[in-house]
Ligand binder design. Structure first.
Ligand code: SF4
Length: 242
């Protein structure tokens, strides 16, 4: 994929957020305003999403608040593979070359204020993807259908594709690195808590889910952004055939 203009990436990310919101709005979920059980420091994202959060905080004169949050954060050791790196190993039939499930950090997210998200309009996809059909505060874990999990994974892969070459990792690490170095990942992955976002290698979708997943993808890829067909911008047709 050619390096996409920042405005195009931003527009496509907004389209994913919108379509996902529209899709989950039709579901019977236990999630409601004030419920924050899933708001922990384990949320992962890309620099693309970090940029939106920083712009939002800057517009609200909240960058000093962010600086304070970042100064207080614990140093993390994070070795998880990105979603596309994991998918690539699976598609090649290879053992994943890294951690697949990192131990969960249950420390509350610092953007929580009175059990509400203080950056709600720009919260990353990792937060949007946490939906549950049961009250997880009561049961101790979330529940979602396999299709919801698959679609969330597909959108996560496409967001990583849009952000390829940028940083991928835990939310606070991304924000800290973005402020210091900008969006592009120029580091050795082994040296720190961040990975490089990778292009989409293909999807891991079982046969029964192919049809609904294709329909959701088609809906995302129809239309244009700044006069260019989304399908052509993304360049993922070949990967989708794998
Ligand atoms: S960013 Fe918002 S929605 Fe996401 S974990 Fe933090 S408080 Fe929760």
């Amino acid at each position: 994929m050619q390096q996409l203009a920042a405005a195009v990436r931003k527009e496509l990310l907004a389209r994913i957020y919108h379509l996902h919101e529209e899709w989950t709005a039709g579901m019977k979920l236990a999630c409601k305003h004030g419920c924050s059980t899933c708001c922990t420091q384990s949320v992962t994202m890309t620099s693309l999403e970090g940029q939106g959060i920083i712009e939002y905080l800057r517009a609200q004169n909240r960058l000093p608040e962010l600086a304070k949050i970042l100064a207080q954060r614990k140093a993390t050791r994070f070795t998880a593979l990105t979603t596309n790196a994991f998918a690539e190993s699976c598609l090649l039939g290879m053992e994943p070359a890294g951690t697949v499930h990192e131990e969960w950090d249950y420390t509350p997210c610092p953007f929580l204020a009175e059990h509400s998200c203080s950056i709600y309009p720009v919260r990353p996809f990792g937060c949007r993807a946490f939906v549950s059909t049961v009250n997880c505060a009561a049961t101790g874990s979330a529940e979602a259908s396999q299709l919801v999990i698959t679609v969330n994974t597909v959108y996560t892969q496409i967001i990583e594709h849009l952000a390829q070459g940028q940083h991928w990792g835990k939310m606070l690490d991304i924000l800290a690195c973005y402020l210091q170095d900008g969006p592009h990942h120029n580091k050795n992955d082994a040296e720190g808590p961040l990975r490089r976002a990778k292009p989409l290698p293909g999807l891991i979708v079982c046969r029964e889910e192919e049809k609904p997943v294709r329909a959701i993808l088609e809906r995302f890829m129809e239309g244009e952004v700044f006069g260019q067909p989304i399908r052509a911008i993304l360049g993922i047709e070949a990967a989708l055939q794998r």
